[in-house]
Design a protein around this ligand. Structure first.
Ligand SMILES: [Zn+2]
Length: 448
């Protein structure tokens, strides 16, 4: 989304889920660098530099090595956890080796961190089944390894509470009915067709609230009810709650694109956060998402009146927030060389954090390493830009664009007041994974 005066929100910083090559960004950035604000027509394009950038990126790419470090070795990079800290240290060290300037972190308030220590789960009666699953982030541990009965107790309406009263003490609760698993059909692997690409080239108006559903207040009411259900399970003395994820087996195209693809069910789980990071952190029940067919099997057995018993071990750790500033962005730059233009900044950015359930390779190590590699290529190619080129790798995206919002507020403008800061006038362009947002130029005040 282009950055204009009217859109001072960090919508430009939302992530997309496509992969792009660092060299593509660089070619675009180089073109941007070559366009003076006042008179684009007279600018001489530096083809020699472009050729060096292409040569470095296409012949000596290190991008796959970068991604292996920050995904394989240091992933997952859950904000506030140890992985993102290690990945950040690695990235800053590399930036230093390549000769970038001003390498630093910009912290912001996040709340408690969280870490998975151990997890395993089995159905142990009537048969033994090793269960694929993962605790939700920011949820607590079980009391060691527990072996307890499983009950099915989905609560979708107020009348359901009475049904399960007094029946959950010491039990593991399955909180949803079974979900039908469709045969895989239609679009499973996403390859963008011409229509998708055409749509991706547009600037869709961000959906206000996908989760909101139809009726006004529906989402807030839904949240309240979910909270009531969670408190009920806990007050009834349940040991842990287990679900199989969303009812839908479709997944959206990312951001505001319209396409959907079918989620593959073969043991894949989709797990996010299940607890708070504030002073209530850790006060809920251990909460686990398991593979849908492992879940469905236990439901089907229970519905036959046959008891199901599970062995469950959830071990997690809450981490105190250092100095109330547990989130951070990584920032580094190549200083501009033109005395008049060096205060103008061309920015590259991507979100660096991930969820805890996997290594965060596609979301969003791909975006981050494209930007990391872009900076390496520029230094390796000996580029001496007239304007400053700055990279920022955001934390806390998965918890709500926290890092990029903090940066916008601190450097450019407070979206609440729309009051710009001096740096706003110096922002010439912003690039994130395949998008180059050309912003306001200081010399003529236009948005483009
Ligand atoms: Zn993401």
């Amino acid at each position: 989304m282009p950055i204009t005066r009217r859109s001072l929100v960090p919508a430009a910083f939302v992530h997309l889920t496509s992969i792009m090559l660092a060299t593509t960004t660089l070619a675009t950035l180089a073109a941007a660098q070559s366009s003076p604000a006042a008179s684009p027509a007279v600018e001489k394009i530096d083809y020699a530099t472009l050729a060096r950038i292409k040569e470095e990126g296409l012949q000596r790419s290190q991008v796959m090595d970068h991604i292996s470090w920050i995904a394989d070795v240091y992933g997952p990079r859950l904000t506030g956890g140890p992985g993102i800290r290690q990945a950040a240290d690695w990235t800053k060290k590399k930036f230093g080796e390549w000769g970038l300037s001003g390498i630093h972190e910009e912290p912001w308030a996040f709340g408690k961190g969280w870490q998975l220590v151990r997890f395993h789960a089995h159905m142990i009666e009537p048969q033994v089944m090793s269960i694929i699953g993962l605790p939700k982030s920011w949820t607590p541990s079980t009391n060691g390894t527990v072996q307890v009965d499983v009950v099915l107790a989905p609560i979708t309406a107020a009348a359901d509470f009475e049904k399960y009263k007094g029946k959950l003490q010491g039990k593991i609760v399955l909180t949803q009915p079974a979900r039908a698993v469709r045969m895989l059909d239609g679009r499973i692997v996403m390859r963008m067709n011409e229509d998708d690409i055409a749509e991706a080239k547009t600037t869709p108006v961000p959906a206000q609230s996908r989760a909101g559903g139809g009726s006004p207040g529906g989402f807030a009411q839904g949240q309240q009810f979910a909270q009531r259900v969670a408190e009920f399970y806990q007050s009834e003395g349940a040991v842990a709650v287990i679900d199989r994820g969303a009812d839908s087996d479709l997944t959206a195209g990312g951001s505001d694109l319209s396409w959907q693809a079918q989620r593959v069910d073969g043991g894949t789980i989709f797990v996010g956060s299940g607890g708070s990071r504030d002073e209530n952190a850790g006060k809920g029940l251990p909460s686990v998402v398991i593979a849908v067919e492992h879940y469905n099997r236990m439901v089907r057995i229970l519905e036959k009146g046959v008891p199901v018993k599970m062995e469950l071990h959830v071990e997690t750790k809450f981490l105190d927030e250092p100095q109330g500033q547990g989130g951070f962005n990584i920032v580094a730059e190549i200083p501009g060389t033109d005395p008049k233009l060096k205060d103008e900044v061309v920015m590259l950015g991507a979100h660096f954090d991930s969820h805890h359930g996997a290594t965060g390779a596609t979301d969003n190590a791909t975006g981050s390493v494209a930007m990391i590699e872009a900076m390496r290529i520029l230094k390796a190619a000996g580029v001496k830009p007239r304007r400053t080129i700055r990279v920022a790798l955001w934390g806390g995206e998965e918890e709500g664009l926290m890092g990029s919002r903090a940066y916008v507020k601190q450097h450019f403008a407070d979206p609440a007041t729309q009051q710009t800061k001096p740096e706003w006038d110096k922002l010439a362009a912003y690039g994130t994974r395949g998008i180059l947002a050309l912003g306001r130029c200081s010399s003529n005040g236009s948005s483009r």
